[in-house]
Write a protein that binds this ligand. Sequence first.
Ligand code: SAM
Length: 282
Amino acid sequence: MSANSKSATMNIVRRHNIKAQKKFGQNFLTDDNVLDEIVEAAGVGSSDHVIEIGPGLGTLTKRLAEKAGHVTAIEIDRQMIPVLDEVLSEYENTRVICADVLKTDMQEIAGMYPDENVKVVANLPYYITTPIVTGLLESGVRYKSITVMVQTEVAERMQTGPGSKEYGALSLAVQYYSKPRIIVDVPPESFYPMPGVDSSVIRLDLYEEPPVRVKDPDRMFRIIKASFMQRRKTLSNALQNNPDTHIPREKTEEILGSLGLDLKIRGEALTLEQFAAFSDLV
Ligand code: SAM
């Protein structure tokens, strides 16, 4: 681990009397190499508007500010604001918003610099990774890419396909909107305090057009969620039992038959293309 960010972080923590808050998922990155790798993986340049979620003590924010056209950082924890004001004082291209990202109008923020590509870069708070990532993907904002540190297990879930136990609704949402690529695995020692899990940086490149055509994506995702809610059940049982879908068993079996699929298949065995085809026939 590099001494630079580690000692700078400990210095700030002492001077501002910061107590890392578990409830906000605060694990600050203290490894210069990893910080550099994230910025590099995101390919940040002067024509980019970077939105950072959870700047914390501003360690990653500073590096983003040096490369990006503009940076907007959204931080929920008020105790970080004076620290960020101090650490980022020399970067005129950077703005900090004190807010909960899940309640923030991302369309409005993304529209601030219409000539710049919008990229999300973050060391995410792990307790809300899934709502943050799915919220970004479904927001309708034309993000160019999303490069984030997440729990390794979650990164694997985003990237995997049928046949793996990690495959689920998150995999399909991520792969409908983007092409995911795990960049690097990061050990707990790269953070202060150390998280109890391994971490990975993953980059999602958002598609201009989704890789599969489906008439009603909302319906497809309702079907997907229902089938993974009872993943050990057959698709026909899971969709019949779920109040959001309520598709009669006979209907599901008829569609599966017309798609040439086993009538007793489980949702976890279907590809994105098959879910799309199924949804269009419902
Ligand atoms: N970026 C910093 C770093 O890499 O050292 C901090 C990363 S820490 C894992 C997650 C950050 O997200 C914390 O600063 C935390 O306060 C912030 N955070 C947690 N929940 C949030 C929310 N709902 N909206 C915005 N920020 C949030």
